[in-house]
Design a protein around this ligand. Structure first.
Ligand SMILES: *Cc1c(COP(=O)(O)O)cnc(C)c1O
Length: 493
């Protein structure tokens, strides 16, 4: 299990009172806070009941992996002048030095700007409180003045600085992209192939022409991830995968296109670079190599390090696995339906290359949502059953549950592992012949790892199962740079 560090803020609630009392009474925290000490739970409850519905303040609890970690909020909210006073107090020592205060402040700023529509937030800080001032300055607060003898606390006269932050300026500086800039593409084309095997009609859906970064299923998934990255206000992308993979090439490309820095955690590779890895370098992505057993640790270390530096990182699983990846192929399924409707056609079978199974689970979910009965057949390019099929099933059910639908069972999944040969990337003479034939007769590039292997597997399966006279759709899941990696081998023999 990868440990994801999550920092969030939520409304301060009654159940947070004991935490607040402990934190404020901790002498490591209250040096600069000016409370009447010790703070008591009963009085704090009275205070809480008196403030919880007030419109001139907004109090939040900071959580770290779900655990209360501190307090943050806005007081003196002044809608006429569109400003409010900001405060923050982290809890125990164990929460300090993790970048929590910084991330929580950025989250509060979003609320101040987008929900409360404020223009400015400001704060007062004792002149001796240098460590907090470092945080404020890192966020972007500017020192606006010195207020002499501003408070009297325990008979001590206190000088304070006033710091201010213009929210509009801040938001414009930090938001690299806004979601209205994300392009929605038209459906990819479907057209007929010259293939006539066993009197079937063959069609192909050209997801390799999905119009970004050499297309393919990873590009489709990536566009949905990009939307989510922007929605969540994240400013750093971390993903896992081979530095030779289509997934990492596309994630690097979309991140670079929006000026978002990107890191790839990749298993150590010994074979020579390919076109994907050259492109990834070209996009300026950082690649961190580690052994398979170090992957989880490396990912969580990288994410913590970024949060400490004040980034809001976004993690994408290898291959774009997960409900967002599945969603991409639910949408593809709907494009297929639309094509059928417009052309008076019905595909009895849909074939495609299946790897992590996200593409297949999306198609299956699309089929279930539409109540269709056709066969969706994933030709495994690496995994064997029952594991391969189980992963697809899990993805299908994860997605269905997220949409409030019922589970499906194992028999529903046609994950065919008869054509994986020796495993990932292994191909044979017949696959090379298939790729040559499709390129020559239809002008479409396939590759030995994914689409060529799946296309060959599809034909073998059709022969084996004696499928005749059907309409068959093959989804070209992309990977065009891999075709060029294979070109030498194709022209050699
Ligand atoms: C990743 C990939 C696949 C497999 O897709 P999954 O969703 O992981 O099953 C198929 N074809 C190409 C070209 C790919 O890059």
């Amino acid at each position: 299990m990868v440990i994801y560090v999550s920092i969030a803020i939520r409304k301060f609630e009654e159940k947070d009172i004991p935490y607040k009392v402990n934190w404020i009474n901790d002498k490591n925290n209250n040096k600069y806070l000016h409370y009447d000490l010790p703070l008591r739970e009963d009085k704090t409850l009275i205070w809480y009941n008196s403030i919880k519905n007030r419109a001139d303040r907004a109090d939040y609890t900071i959580t770290y992996n779900g655990e209360p970690a501190g307090l943050i909020g806005l007081i003196n909210i002044d809608q006429k002048n569109k400003k409010a006073e900001y405060y923050i107090c982290l809890g125990e020592e164990k929460y300090k030095g993790k970048g929590i205060a910084y991330t929580a402040t950025k989250l509060l700023i979003d609320i101040a700007y987008y929900e409360l529509k404020l223009n400015k937030i400001y704060l007062y800080t004792e002149i001796g409180n240098r460590s907090d001032q470092k945080l404020f300055e890192k966020v972007g607060f500017e020192k606006e003045g010195l207020l002499k003898d501003d408070l009297i606390y325990n008979r001590r006269k206190i000088d304070r600085y006033l710091y201010g932050l213009n929210l509009e300026k801040y938001i414009n500086k930090t938001n690299v992209v806004n979601s209205s800039e994300i392009e929605k593409f038209n459906a990819t084309p479907i057209h007929k192939l010259s293939e006539k095997l066993k009197n079937n009609n063959f069609y192909i859906k050209r997801d390799d022409l999905f119009p970004i970064s050499f297309g393919g299923n990873k590009a489709r998934k990536a566009m949905l991830f990009l939307e989510d990255i922007i929605l969540k206000g994240c400013d750093y992308v971390v993903t896992y995968g081979s530095s030779k993979s289509n997934h990492c090439r596309i994630i690097s490309n979309i991140a670079a296109s929006k000026g978002i820095p990107c890191s790839i955690i990749s298993p150590i590779e010994t074979s020579k670079p390919n076109y994907n890895s050259k492109l990834i370098k070209f996009f300026g992505t950082e690649i961190k190599y580690c052994t398979i057993s170090e992957v989880e640790e490396t990912i969580s270390k990288k994410i913590k390090e970024l949060e400490y530096k004040g980034y809001i990182p976004y993690f994408i699983q290898g291959g774009g696995h997960g409900n967002i990846g599945t969603q991409a192929y639910v949408e593809t399924y709907n494009e297929i339906k639309e094509y059928e409707k417009n052309n008076g056609l019905y595909f009895d079978y849909i074939f495609h290359a299946s790897g992590t199974g996200t593409t297949q689970s999306g198609l299956i979910c699309g089929q279930l949502i539409n109540g269709d009965n056709r066969k969706i057949i994933g030709i495994s390019i690496a995994r064997k059953n029952p594991y391969g099929r189980q992963v697809v099933l899990n993805s299908v059910n994860d997605y269905l549950v997220s949409k409030g639908m019922d589970y499906v069972n194992f028999d529903f999944i046609n994950f065919i592992d008869d054509y994986v040969l020796g495993g990932y990337g292994i191909y044979n003479y017949d696959i090379l012949q298939t790729i040559k034939k499709v390129l020559i007769q239809d002008g479409i590039p396939l590759d030995t790892t994914y689409t060529g292997k799946a296309y060959w597997g599809m034909k073998e399966y059709i022969k084996k199962c004696q499928i005749t006279g059907k309409n068959i759709l093959f989804i070209h899941t992309g990977g065009t740079p891999l075709f060029f990696d294979d070109l030498e081998e194709l022209t050699n023999e």
